[in-house]
Design a protein around this ligand. Sequence first.
Ligand code: KG4
Ligand code: ZN
Length: 363
Amino acid sequence: MEKPYLILSVDTSCDDTSAAVTVNDRVISNVISSQIELHKKWGGVVPILAKRAHEERIKAVVDEALKLANTTLKRVNLLRLQSLTLSKVDAFAVTIGPGLAPALEVGIRHTKELAQKHNKPIIAVNHMEGHLLSSFACNALGHGSATNNTFPLLGLLISGGHTQLVLMHEFGIYELLGETLDDAVGEAFDKVSKMLELGYPGGPILEHLAKGGDEKAFKLPIPMRKRQDENYSFSYSGIKTALLYLIKGLKEQGKLDKKIIQDLAASFQRIVAISLIDKLEIAVKKTNPKGILLGGGVVSNLYIRHSIRRAMKKHALPVYIPYSKKLFTDNAAMIGIAAYYQSKRNNFVSDITLLDRSPNLSF
Ligand code: KG4
Ligand code: ZN
């Protein structure tokens, strides 16, 4: 292993409070305190509630990340430290955006305090770079998923907040090819689930229901298909509206039973997969990547993942996903991985006092 570089990273960009310890590209601990229960009854994330919950939890989450890291370091006999304390880390890392401003603020403030107290540098990380690099994360023993470091790689980031297609030329050099014009993929799952009064988050619920449904039962519009060669933009508002009317009609006719709901879920999921593959195919033809990187909460969806793998197999392209499910959704370990590669480029915050949130940060 290269000279070990120890990072304590923090992510509070949305509704998960997370802290992690990484040594180079290895994840030593990754603690995530989810706020799903808190936001469930509102059908989505409420920023002010998220901020308060982050404030209440951040210290305990950092302490837990440190405690778990100590156990893991001993188990795998890495670093041979007597005990890992905050004063022994090489740097702190924190997500500065994109995300909810009040939520981001909490993580940044806490990280600043830690860095100042222990006199260490801060690495400011773009949350989306974290998702993009999540497949480069290795476990404590050094086993990871994206072993192929030949570039360019094409990244598809699909979460509740973002849908982006990114060309990675190398670590630190990214080109945003396209993104959603309206809703993110995960958000579309959540909204369709809400229309069907199924609950939140909608992705896992709809995926489960889709298993028992006929994916060709309903003919839904394929988003952005007409504009195939023009750009890489995604859009999910059209399909959402189509479903809204369909559901309304079915309800009025008293036909919205379990089987129909399963068919709707399967048909919707199929169209989402097609829309993602459409754009991937165009990008593959134009950019000739060496592989595909998948990141974000929607990667949990097996149907979508398998559909993408099948499509990319025709181009003989490997598809990388993070080694652990915990790295799909928001988590601090992916921030630690992005920060490690930034440290190699000497990319540190020059004046900690000026560090601020950047809610609309892009690639
Ligand atoms: O990455 P993530 O934790 O949050 C953001 O950074 O936005 O992703 C959460 C999103 C939610 O919208 C959720 O419905 C979706 O990921 N999701 C899924 C599945 N599991 C989570 N969408 C489709 N199928 C799934 N199995
Ligand atoms: Zn995210």
